[in-house]
Design a protein around this ligand. Sequence first.
Ligand SMILES: Cc1ncc(CN)c(N)n1
Length: 224
Amino acid sequence: MSYGAIFPLWRTAAGEAWRDYTHHAFVEGLGDGTLPREAFLRYLVQDYLFLVHFSRAWALAVTKAETLDEMRACAATVHALLDDEMRMHVGICAAEGISESELYSAREAPQNIAYTRYVLDAGHAGDFLDLMAALAPCVLGYGEIGTRLGRAATGATPYADWIATYADDDYQRTCREVGALIDAAVARRLGPVPQASPRWHRLCARFETATRLEVDFWGMGLPR
Ligand SMILES: Cc1ncc(CN)c(N)n1
């Protein structure tokens, strides 16, 4: 999965952290079905809260945008998070007897606070590109994970609905649109050779930090 031209450059610059994220033990447990249900639910409750704050961060991107096309793309991602992705969390949790109001009022884990507030701060302290570099691992990493697990899925895992959400055409379309948004935003602000910009290394560093925070987020969910 490339999702545009800039994402593969940031992914390569993140080095081993990217593989640590996308091939984490938690991810492999989702794929082969060995992840304990209790660990999955602990993760899912935290992930619901995560998506609340990620929606806020994409809404911040609407206000940091420079063009109507950027505003539309960011607003569409807010919609995809609030109205599509979070539905899965609410549905699975409802079947386990956890209501949406319980989800909304759950206590945030420190790893969740660290990640979501890092991304929001990238947007508040920086500009649109800082925010995109911090947001990209979330959207595009799950796109890669969904594609890989979806291809390998034998139907034996109880997490097939989770995998299908990220392997699904709707989520993959969001990934392609976010990849195109990032390519256009980088070209607009840094020109045709962004690696030559003095900002390039800081953007790569933001992407890598967010990737490491994804690794910690999986670690939070692992069996205790
Ligand atoms: C922690 C995390 N990262 C990414 C995604 C995919 N939107 C997610 N749901 N949760």
